[in-house]
Ligand binder design. Structure first.
Ligand SMILES: C[S@@+](CC[C@H](N)C(=O)[O-])C[C@H]1O[C@@H](n2cnc3c(N)ncnc32)[C@H](O)[C@@H]1O
Ligand SMILES: [Zn+2]
Length: 281
């Protein structure tokens, strides 16, 4: 797992190579990062801002919901695009990987290739570390310079997670590809009003383009609408894994979900965008 991944990584403190030492990743200068019992390595040094990290409850809800296969066509589409755009060499990087669900689907399509899962939530990383034998899971903050070598990444996927255009550009190979997934404006539209959820920003598409900006050239965009038929328990997991989980009082939410007619008909709607790396001007 880490043995395959370390050639693509760099020390987050001095940017030198990392190697697997006993229960740690270590650079020649002696900076060492523990590999947790649960299989992920903690590269975060100093005070991390964990405010946006998924909580244990969010991660458990995400694992339950994704495990039910409801978003399988999205994983399939991301994996298919990744395989089509893969330059044939380099690792796959998932920024804000969560449970590693999408990275595992991509690695299944790219035999023998290593995958790096970055997330700031240790609860998510415990799952990501087990999601696929070729995943190396690292605790890291995507807003900091990535602990990944320049030009090491063949395909970088970012699924509903923070995006750092400058660093994504640095770590990608010149012939690599960036794949970004965001919710479409009408994602879960049927539930937004009835459950009082946060709605998707109408300008999300512009914001994706802004965030990756002039460093990337768009090469394709695919919309995916999934009509879902859900139980109350599925709806509860779906809400609990998303941003509304932090903003809605659990008791009120439970009552509102119980009042929905079962099965609950909902449309999940996604936008998948691919980008080529532009040469540095
Ligand atoms: C909406 S979840 C998506 C997870 C996964 N990509 C998926 O779709 O299943 C966003 C993820 O980004 C992680 N995250 C949030 N802020 C982050 C940061 N600054 N650096 C790294 N990961 C971050 C959260 O912990 C969470 O796992
Ligand atoms: Zn170092």
């Amino acid at each position: 797992m880490f043995a395959d991944v370390v050639p693509y990584l760099r020390c987050p403190i001095c940017a030198d190579d990392l190697a697997v030492a006993e229960k740690a990743l270590r650079c020649p200068a002696g900076h060492a990062f523990d590999i947790a019992r649960q299989g992920y390595a903690n590269l975060l040094t100093g005070k991390a801002h964990l405010g946006t990290a998924d909580t244990p409850e969010m991660v458990a809800a995400r694992a339950d919901f994704l495990g039910g296969g409801h978003f399988a066509p999205l994983a399939e589409l991301v994996a298919e695009r990744a395989a089509a755009l893969d330059p044939g060499e380099g690792c796959v990087l998932d920024a804000g990987a969560g449970t590693g669900h999408y990275l595992a689907a991509v690695l299944d399509r790219l035999p023998g290739r290593p995958g790096v899962a970055l997330d700031i939530s240790k609860h998510a990383l415990r799952r990501a570390a087990r999601a696929h034998p070729r995943i190396g899971a690292l605790a890291w903050d995507v807003w900091r310079p990535l602990p990944v070598r320049t030009g090491a990444v063949a395909v970088l996927i970012d699924v509903f997670a923070p995006r750092s255009g400058t660093e994504f550009h640095r770590v990608l190979r010149p012939d690599g590809a960036l794949i970004v997934v965001t919710p479409a404006p009408y994602h879960l539209g049927e539930l937004i009003e009835r459950l009082g959820l946060l709605s998707v920003d109408e300008r999300k598409a512009d914001r994706v383009a802004d965030s990756v900006g002039e460093r990337f050239a768009p090469t394709g965009a695919w919309s995916l609408d999934l009509p879902l038929s859900l139980t109350h328990a599925d709806v509860a997991s779906l809400v609990a894994m998303g941003p509304s989980a932090r903003h809605t009082e659990p008791g009120i939410l439970r009552e509102r979900i119980a009042a929905l007619a079962e099965p609950v008909k909902v449309t999940a709607a996604f936008e998948v965008r691919a980008f080529d790396v532009r040469p540095e001007s």
